[in-house]
Structure formats: structure tokens, C-alpha cells
Design a protein around this ligand. Structure first.
Ligand code: NAI
Ligand code: MG
Length: 340
């Protein structure tokens, strides 16, 4: 088997715990990755004063492939999100976030939705400033979003191509073009144009984001692939995770023409960090997307099948899924199933 070198960033908070669990499971399926371990986030600050160290950037530049734990971003002030900067640095324009029911008995039995989020533009460009009034230097806050036709067309095309490749039936364009007529009107216009190219192969409809949020709770089965702008995609993907048991279940892939970074949707979970109870499944499912990305779909399938047995038959579940298993218990249960 050809070995593939890949960057591994354990990251902050629960990052090192879940990374350990995931790399152990990857070894059990003989995954091809040879890890180049790097720092990032607060861990990068602790090891040399930089949340996005040059060595980490150089490593991803070399490998073009990374598995990344969550990185803590200070709220309000402090440094800009390293996650956002990495997406920009490597032009990772598509964020793919699939959610699927793995634990039965929740509100819904068969959720299977893929959210494709535009990853570089919208309100995330953070063109922000304050205006002083009187003696208040921050009396007024202003933020400008940027969407370009080129990028809107590229992300919608990505969603349709994904639908074709993965046997999906429908793409839903999600926007707020009734109010943000320029910023998200452009996205809708570009989306409808691209949709025409797939007519007869992939169906297309559109929803206003707030109505979409409600419909996702009332009737999630009407959705298949959703494509939307950056901020809406961030919010809806956490909501989607909630439909299948929470953030512990939701993986994400950041894809560009030259590199791909795989990560969990969740953050560094400071409230449970160091306690050994974090659910490693989201990062594990991200590693499965990474295996598929390097044409090792059979290994990804083996892991998902082992996970299904562990969750449903062995009933080994971490506390976020109502169980009592630790991160290590869960990883051991999965490796045990992989060995049999
Ligand atoms: P969070 O996702 O870290 O946590 C939200 C809630 O979900 C917490 O109660 C947490 O305990 C729980 N949770 C998250 N992942 C879990 C897991 N694997 N197993 C069990 N429970 C889990 O979101 P929060 O608290 O808003 O953000 C914490 C930090 O993470 C912030 O600094 C934020 O900027 C950063 N963040 C980083 C991301 C990334 O690196 N891609 C994504 C989202 C947030
Ligand atoms: Mg988020």
C-alpha cells in the first residue's frame, strides 16, 4: 500500500483526547496516513507564540492533506479564527458537512442530509469596524459581507457535482435574498443559473434561511443536499448535528483545488476538556471522509460499520449520547469490533 503523508493538528481543549482515539482506530484499519504532527490554536501559542505557526502552514503546503482537531478562538477581541485563516490560506472554498442518523430512538430515525457551505466569503471576510460617538469609541459596529458571482457559482457547482457523484436527488439553495438582496440575492441568482445545467438529473429548489431552519425541525426528510453561504451554513450545520444526536456526531471536510482539511464541526469544548469523556466520533467520521478523499472508501466503510455495532449492539456511548463510556472506552470498543 502507498503511504500518504498527512498533517495532524491535535489542537486545543478536547482535541488531543479525541485525536488520540481517532489515530488508534485508523491504525486498526491500516489507514495509509503517515502523520506529520503540528501545533495550532492556543496550543500553537503555547509552543512558540503563534496560533497559526509557519511550520504548520508549511506542513499542509507539503502534504495538502490534514486532519485537524478543534482550535480555540478568543471571543470578541484577540486573534482572528485560525480555522478561517487556514481555509483562506489554502483556498478551501467548499465545506462539506454530512449528517446521518447513527443512534436510533431519537426524534428522527433516518436523517441523511449533506450541507455544503461556502467557506471563504460572506460575512466571514470580517470587514468590520467601530465608529466612535461622543466618548464611546465603540458606539456603532459595522460589518460588510462580500459574495462574488464566481465563488457563488463555484460552490453551487460543487454541490451539484457532489450530488451527481454520490447518487443524491436534490439540491436546495438556502438564502435570505428577500432582505439581503445584494449579498445573498447574488448567491440565489448564481445558484439558479448553475441549477439549469443539471436539469433533468438533479432537482433544485430554494428556501429562505429562517424557513429552512423551521422546516429542518418539522420535516427534515424533504432535504437532501443543502448549499448555502458561509454564516448560514455555519448555523444550519450545528442545527443539523442536533437532529442526529448533537455535535459529537458531525464531521466536516474543507475542500479546495490544492488541499483538503478534515475536522469535526464542533469546537474545543472547554467545559469537558481533560475529563476523558469527549465523543471522538465526529473527528472519526471526519477521518472517514479523509479516507474516501484518498480513495480508501472500503476502510471508511469498515469503520462506520464497526461504529454502528458499537453504538447499537454493544451500546457503548459517551455521555453526550446518554451513555457512560469514556473517550478511550469508545475507541477500544471500535477497535475490538474492527478486529473481529
Ligand atoms: P463547542 O463545539 O466546543 O461546544 C459546544 C457544546 O458541545 C459544549 O457543551 C461541549 O461540551 C459540547 N461538545 C462539543 N464537542 C463535543 C464532543 N466531541 N463530545 C461531547 N460533547 C461535545 O463550541 P463552543 O463552546 O462554542 O466553542 C469552544 C471553542 O471552540 C471556541 O473557542 C470556538 O471558537 C472554538 N471552535 C472551534 C472550531 C474548530 O476548530 N473548527 C469550531 C467551533 C468552535
Ligand atoms: Mg460552527
Amino acid at each position: 500500500m502507498t503511504r500518504i503523508s498527512a498533517t495532524l493538528i491535535p489542537g486545543d481543549g478536547i482535541g488531543p483526547e479525541i485525536t488520540e482515539a481517532v489515530t488508534t482506530i485508523l491504525e486498526a484499519v491500516d489507514a495509509p496516513f503517515v502523520w506529520d504532527r503540528q501545533h495550532g490554536g492556543l496550543d500553537g501559542v503555547a509552543h512558540g507564540g503563534d496560533p497559526m505557526p509557519q511550520a504548520t502552514i508549511d506542513s499542509i503546503g507539503r502534504t495538502r492533506l490534514a486532519l485537524k482537531g478543534p482550535l480555540t478562538t478568543p471571543v470578541g477581541g484577540g486573534f482572528r479564527s485560525v480555522n478561517v485563516r487556514m481555509r483562506e490560506a489554502f483556498g478551501l472554498y467548499a465545506n462539506v458537512r454530512p449528517v446521518r442518523t447513527m443512534v436510533k430512538g431519537g426524534r428522527y430515525e433516518d436523517i441523511d442530509i449533506v450541507l455544503v457551505r461556502e467557506n471563504l466569503e460572506g460575512l466571514y471576510v470580517a470587514f468590520e469596524h467601530f465608529i466612535a460617538v461622543g466618548d464611546d469609541p465603540r458606539a456603532v459596529a459595522i460589518s460588510q459581507g462580500v459574495n462574488t458571482r464566481v465563488e457563488c457559482e463555484r460552490i453551487v457547482k460543487f454541490a451539484f457535482d457532489y450530488a451527481v457523484r454520490n447518487g443524491r436527488k436534490k439540491v436546495t439553495l438556502v438564502h435570505k435574498a428577500n432582505v439581503l438582496k445584494a449579498l445573498t440575492g447574488l448567491f440565489l441568482e448564481a445558484g439558479r443559473k448553475i441549477a439549469k445545467e443539471y436539469e433533468g438529473r438533479i432537482a433544485c429548489d430554494d428556501r429562505i434561511v429562517d424557513a429552512c431552519a423551521m422546516q429542518l425541525v418539522l420535516k427534515p426528510e424533504q432535504f437532501d443536499v443543502i448549499v448555502t453561504t458561509n454564516l448560514f451554513g455555519d448555523i444550519l450545520s450545528d442545527q443539523l448535528a442536533g437532529l442526529v444526536g448533537g455535535l459529537g456526531m458531525a464531521p466536516g471536510a474543507n475542500i479546495g483545488p490544492d488541499a483538503a482539511i478534515f475536522e469535526a464541526v464542533h469546537g474545543s469544548a472547554p467545559d469537558i476538556a481533560g475529563k476523558g469523556v469527549a465523543n471522538p466520533l465526529a473527528l472519526l467520521l471526519a477521518a472517514c471522509l479523509m479516507l474516501e478523499h484518498v480513495d480508501e472508501a472500503a476502510k471508511a466503510r469498515r469503520i462506520r460499520e464497526a461504529v454502528a455495532l458499537v453504538l447499537e449492539t454493544d451500546r457503548v456511548r459517551t455521555p453526550d449520547l446518554g451513555g457512560t463510556a469514556t473517550t478511550t472506552d469508545f475507541a477500544r470498543a471500535v477497535t475490538r469490533r474492527l478486529g473481529t
